[in-house]
Design a protein around this ligand. Structure first.
Ligand code: KIV
Ligand code: ZN
Length: 522
């Protein structure tokens, strides 16, 4: 769609609301990788965190503000001077800083959470926006739970914060309660109140699966900013998904008559980066970025596709950067060819990271004939996203199983000072035996809660990605390991967890199901 249509600002909150998803917490290096992926996507605003929430959040907002250029960097703050000052401290080095102030306005929040009257809410909101404007020229205000706020009171709050200097007014459907037509009417009312004095934004949660529909309905009534997250991660059922709204706007520009500045070819890379950093798998059938999003199984569909792809395809896979399954590199490829390919896949590695990936690539190429893009993803993940430098490193594994043999394993691990420790154990299955051996060596005991294997590439020698969740001391930890051998991949995943536990750095994960998964089954 041409530039003559209005542009919708894409405000990404993966690092703030997305990180609030149970189990999605990311380390600082992981957040910086996600921020780099968002910059490559060319979103307009990155909400990098909530600086007053914790020292770690403050540091990560400041690091993103220092690193990312060409994008507005936003920090969230409650309508309190201390929060706003803290947000400004974290943001002041950003090229384009934005402070995002929020205060709940719905009757249920006013009565039970805030214990404030309507007048007090208005006064606090106005004072907070004025104070934020003294620090920063770009101030967004969100009346939290706006969708359940009395419309006439919402109009009053919106009018007053705009008078006080808010440059964007964001209307959240905090609990995902709104229906598209109802939300559209609310946005039409807000637009009328605000006129051209501020940008009207929307922030929809997906509790009823309507976040994307509600956001697009709002755009039709003049909202010109959408708040969203990559892969739709966020509190509870998540937020409006970036890839869905952006591709809906692009694919149905004829109907919506707006555009975004997002570089859609970077969508799959960003989706992968977020999945790696959070440990959240993207469901196969997820719109736009799921593995099946462009797969055609039925004969009728395949027949139509062969005649004309438009019969069953409304977007081109290349438009969202879907990886080809072509052979990309081989045993004789050099460091430069690898670097070039990784750049095409959206990875921005420094020289030392590329050295590590190249060494791992050569090692893999000795074991695996054909190296696909998915293999490269795995190499980058294990060398740059994982817990490298952890206390324990895998040296070797020997596992035995069979119909007439008790499953057993012998494992050798190396400590940071170079000392090696070996031990062996029997188990219900070979994976269980490996985990028990690792537990005996490291002294870390953990209950396996979930175990999954996903094939990363086609072919019989494909690499398997093993994802596990364990419980230790009442907390959940996630780990992943990749290998052409699932026993080795399982050991790597378990060792990642053990290293996280040893480092006291949890990545607590949401249970997929509550029953314990018997290792014997795997
Ligand atoms: O869902 C919500 O209301 C929020 C606000 C802080 C914008 O995340
Ligand atoms: Zn939210």
């Amino acid at each position: 769609m041409s530039e003559s249509t209005d542009r919708v600002v894409i405000f990404d909150t993966t690092l703030r609301d997305g990180e609030q998803a149970p189990g999605a917490s990311m380390t600082l290096p992981q957040k910086l990788k996600v921020a780099a992926a968002l910059q490559a996507l060319n979103v307009d605003v990155i909400e990098a965190g909530f600086p007053a929430a914790s020292p770690g959040d403050f540091e990560s907002v400041r690091a993103v503000a220092r690193q990312v250029r060409g994008v507005s960097i936003c920090g969230l703050a409650r309508a309190q001077r201390e929060d706003i000052s803290r947000a400004w401290d974290a943001l002041r080095e950003a090229e384009k800083p934005r402070i995002h102030v929020f205060l709940a306005t719905s009757p249920i929040h006013r009565e039970f959470k805030l214990r404030m009257t309507r007048e007090q809410v208005v006064q606090n909101a106005v004072a907070a926006v004025k104070y934020a404007r003294e620090q920063c020229p770009d101030v967004e205000f969100s009346p939290e739970d706006a969708a359940r706020t009395e419309p006439e009171f919402l109009a009053e709050v919106v009018a007053r914060v705009v008078e006080a200097g808010a440059t964007t007014v964001n209307i959240p459907d905090t609990v995902g309660y709104a229906m598209p037509a109802q939300f559209a009417a609310l946005i039409a009312m807000v637009r009328k109140t605000v006129g051209s004095r501020a940008v009207v934004s929307v922030h929809c949660h997906d509790d009823l699966g309507l976040a994307t529909a509600n956001s697009l309905a709002a755009v039709q009534e003049g909202a010109r900013q959408i708040e969203c997250t990559v892969n739709g991660i966020g509190e509870r059922a998540g937020n409006c998904s970036l890839e869905e709204v952006v591709m809906a706007i692009r694919t149905r520009a004829d109907f919506l008559r707006v555009h975004t500045r997002v570089n859609t070819e970077q969508i799959c890379s960003a989706s992968r980066a977020v999945s790696l950093a959070t440990g959240f798998l993207v469901p196969r059938n997820k719109a736009v970025v799921g593995q099946n999003a462009f797969a055609h199984e039925s004969g009728i569909h395949q027949h139509g596709m062969l005649k004309n792809v438009l019969t069953y395809e409304i977007m081109k896979p290349q438009d969202v950067g879907v990886r080809s399954t072509d052979l990309v590199l081989g045993k004789h490829s050099g460091r430069a060819a690898l670097g070039e390919r990784l750049e095409k896949l959206g990875y921005r590695l420094d020289a030392s990271e590329l050295d590590k990936v190249f060494a791992a690539f050569k090692d893999l190429a000795d074991r695996k004939k054909e190296i696909y893009d998915g293999d490269l993803d795995a190499l980058v993940e294990t060398t740059t996203f994982g817990t490298n430098g952890g206390r324990w490193k895998l040296v070797s594994i020997h596992a035995v199983s069979g119909t007439n043999a008790a499953p057993s394993a012998a494992v050798c691990l190396e400590m940071k000072d170079g000392r090696r420790v070996e031990d062996a154990a029997v188990g219900d299955g070979p994976v269980d035996a490996v985990f028990k051996s690792i537990e005996r060596i490291t002294g870390v005991r953990a209950q396996l809660r979930d175990f999954r294997i996903v094939s990363m590439t086609p072919g019989e020698d494909a690499q398997g990605e093993v994802l596990i969740e364990v419980e230790h001391d009442g907390r959940r930890y996630g780990g992943r390991g990749v290998s052409t051998d699932i026993i080795v991949g399982s050991a790597r995943a378990f060792l990642e967890v053990v290293n996280r536990i040893s480092a006291g750095r949890p990545r607590a994960v949401r249970p997929v199901h509550d029953e314990e998964v018997a290792c014997g089954a795997v």
